[in-house]
Design a protein around this ligand. Structure first.
Ligand SMILES: NC(=O)c1ccc[n+]([C@@H]2O[C@H](COP(=O)([O-])OP(=O)(O)OC[C@H]3O[C@@H](n4cnc5c(N)ncnc54)[C@H](OP(=O)(O)O)[C@@H]3O)[C@@H](O)[C@H]2O)c1
Length: 281
């Protein structure tokens, strides 16, 4: 069964690997089957957003929740442009309506726009008080945003920072990852397979991953996921519509890389830049 980890300041542990849902509106039936299979394998952290398919993805997830709501760690996000106090409350209520549930486990600010964080966080606190969300967090926050958010919300309030992190985009390893770990904020890696543009075998990165993959009778994608999950504060939310992909992803979390292989990957996958800005692509 999928390993669970302590998720930032939350009391409940959350599955190390979850399921992304971006673009699931393109294949609703296949997506629902994939979500169900993923839940069977313990990928119970489901990540969605009001943005995905302009609400359609939340509607696609709703029937899946009917029989499994208790086991799922359900996450949605408010758009940065909707993050004023009133609009955040409204956006959350709309997400709950589309998901046909009365509570999100976690609600994230998808990215920062021009709205003061005080307003968004005040809305999040109200939603917690009203029992509509269990906790709140942020996404696409750089260290300066995190510092500001932490000073407004206080310790133990921001449950996670969801950021771009994959084998060829390791910028968060420099500052964002260590900051999150030091402040008990879970780091959730989005697009951990590079949004489907995974390094081909013929590239240098592809060869590095293949070399280790061959040793463990695994795929390069599985090795990349195993590598990303090496820190205990990290969670992964790959999106997979194909059952084979889902199964491979789930099984990758059982691979135990030897220290020498981890070191080889650390040193030979593309390095994070010295002074990275927040990665978005
Ligand atoms: N907070 C944010 O701003 C933000 C931004 C982007 C994404 N996200 C979240 O993160 C989730 C994941 O990111 P993503 O959807 O951008 O991309 P991703 O998970 O990096 O990649 C998804 C692609 O990889 C393929 N795939 C999955 N497992 C595979 C495997 N084992 N072998 C080969 N190919 C595999 C999928 O194919 P199939 O679907 O055909 O199986 C799909 O084409 C999103 O769905 C969303 O929930 C958040």
């Amino acid at each position: 069964m999928m390993q669970k980890r302590k998720f930032g300041p939350l009391e409940n542990h959350v599955s190390l690997m979850g399921q992304g849902t971006w673009k699931m509106e393109l294949n609703p039936k296949e997506s629902q089957q994939a979500l169900l299979r993923g839940i069977d394998m313990g990928l119970t952290h489901i990540d969605t957003a009001e943005m995905y398919g302009e609400g359609q993805v939340e509607e696609i997830i709703a029937p899946v929740l009917k029989t499994h709501r208790q086991n799922i760690f359900l996450v949605s996000k408010v758009l940065g442009t909707n993050a004023s106090f009133n609009a955040t409350i409204h956006a959350c209520e709309q997400s709950l309506r589309r998901l046909e549930t009365d509570r999100l486990d976690l609600y994230l600010l998808h990215w920062r726009d021009n709205i003061p964080l005080e307003e968004t966080f005040a809305a999040f606190e109200r939603l917690v008080e009203d029992g509509k969300i269990g906790a709140f967090g942020v996404s696409n926050f750089d260290v300066s945003d995190l510092e500001e958010g932490y000073s407004i919300a206080g310790p133990g309030k921001i449950a996670c920072n969801q950021v771009l992190y994959h084998a060829t985009q390791r910028a968060i390893e420099r500052h964002i990852g260590p900051w999150c770990k030091a402040h008990q904020v879970a780091l959730v890696a989005y697009s951990p397979l590079g949004q489907g543009s995974f390094p081909q075998n013929k590239t240098q990165t592809g060869q590095v991953l293949s070399q280790i993959a061959d040793k463990y009778h695994a795929s390069p994608e599985q090795i990349a996921l195993t590598f990303l999950a090496r820190d205990a504060n990290t969670f992964l939310i790959p999106k997979a519509n194909k059952i084979k992909h889902l199964e491979d992803n789930a099984q990758s979390m059982d691979i135990e890389l030897e220290c020498s292989d981890l070191k080889f990957l650390e040193e030979n996958l593309p390095q994070p830049p010295e002074n990275p800005s927040l990665p978005l692509l």
